[in-house]
Design a protein around this ligand. Structure first.
Ligand code: SAM
Ligand code: SF4
Length: 366
């Protein structure tokens, strides 16, 4: 009788739901004793990379990331450090091999170093990375490295003190440069700079930023601004600088040799080498070069919302599972597996002044 009911209910489901059920069944079969080796979405993309947001708060207010006056998530809705650990452990058990801690500014979260130590012990995790604005790295780079962090990305949009302050609204350039140098000295497997270039604001500094990275032998990636959240400080359309423009500018100084199709950990970035330097130059081009077919990642927001795509609202509420009656690792893993079956094929970013995605990058976990 039960079998008949299940069969009937499956047949009446929509094709999308039937696909979800098929993928879910495939992964959850025998789940208590044998976890699946990998998460594969309906477009055959293997998900092995999690970007885990540890806070939506920040000591900066970068003009492309946040509005000046922001409302942050109330503390009770924020995942605790123990819950963040549980989420990370569930993804690693499901085959995720790289976790990046992000935010907001991850280094403003209390006891982040303790969390890093815990995650650093997860068996199967190969890379534990962090994206930071660098403001607290001068003090924290070494303990983070000792705690098990393997890589750091640091945002740097200008090398001019006043301009840096304008772009970040609160940032102190000297402190950030001290943070970058501390990270370089701490012996991470990789340190990389991220720069968002806006026309008429910092597009005259592209060469200086590459030179800064070259002096330290570290990589730098240029990111096209994405339409996440409603801002009125500037027009995203008028400020747009394409990766192609930047690449031509740089190539006129230092010939660039492409490293080929981005894959795996490099994800959406396309990297180029220069003959006379260990530094690489990358371009993350959500507008001019759609990279969705290579997507290997999902994000978890500070509220425990599993975001399946940067540019779509498809999500699953993991906090509800964590704080629910069961709350077990099995329940969490099952919720993750079901959600992956709904991962959208691609984003649809445009230059419209009214963004389709209202959540800001600090909420998204950039
Ligand atoms: N606070 C840290 C930082 O600034 O590196 C980590 C979080 S931040 C949201 C992660 C990255 O997203 C930064 O490199 C930042 O420049 C980038 N970012 C923020 N808003 C963006 C937007 N609207 N478009 C493109 N990149 C953005
Ligand atoms: Fe803060 Fe990073 Fe957003 Fe800047 S980009 S406001 S540093 S979260």
């Amino acid at each position: 009788m039960i079998g008949i009911i299940i069969c009937f209910s499956n047949n009446s489901a929509t094709p999308r739901r039937q696909l979800e059920l098929r993928v879910h069944r495939q992964y959850t079969r025998g789940m208590s004793d044998r976890f699946p080796p990998a998460l594969v979405d309906p477009f055959q993309r293997r998900i092995n990379y999690l970007r885990l947001s540890v806070t939506d708060r920040c000591d900066f207010r970068c003009v492309y990331c946040m509005a000046e006056d922001m409302q942050f998530v109330p503390k009770p809705q924020v995942l605790t450090l123990e819950e963040l650990e549980q989420v990370a452990a569930a993804f690693v058990a499901l085959g995720v091999r790289k976790i990046r801690l992000t935010g907001g500014e991850p280094l403003v979260r209390n006891n982040l170093i303790g969390l890093v130590r815990q995650l650093g012990r997860l068996e199967g995790l190969e890379e534990l990375a962090l994206t930071s604005n660098g403001s607290r790295l001068a003090e924290m780079a070494r303990p983070l490295r000792e705690g098990g962090l393997t890589r750091v990305n640091i945002s740097l949009d200008s090398l001019r003190r006043q301009r840096f302050r304008e772009l970040t609204r609160f940032g102190d350039l000297a402190r950030v440069i001290a943070g970058i140098d501390a990270a370089v000295g701490a012996g991470f497997r990789g340190v990389k700079l991220n720069a968002v270039i806006l026309k008429g604001r910092n597009d005259d500094e592209v060469i200086d930023l590459v030179a800064f990275a070259r002096e330290r032998g570290i990589d730098i990636a240029f990111i096209e601004e994405m339409p996440l959240g409603q801002i009125d400080e500037h027009s995203r359309a008028l400020s747009f600088c394409s990766s192609d423009e930047l690449r031509q500018q740089i190539a006129a100084h230092w010939p660039l040799v492409a490293e080929g199709e981005p894959e795996g950990a490099a994800g959406p970035a396309r990297y180029y080498r220069m003959a006379d330097s260990a530094s690489r130059v990358g371009f993350i081009s959500p507008h001019s070069n759609n990279f969705c077919h290579l997507c290997n990642r999902v994000r978890v927001t500070v509220e425990g919302r599993l975001l399946l795509c940067l540019g779509n609202e498809h999500s699953a509420d993991l906090r509800e599972v964590l704080r629910g009656e069961d709350g077990s690792q099995e329940a969490l893993q099952s919720a993750i597996v079901s959600a992956i079956a709904r991962k959208p094929e691609k984003h649809h970013f445009t230059h419209d002044e009214t963004p389709e995605i209202l959540r800001f990058m600090n909420m998204t976990g950039g």
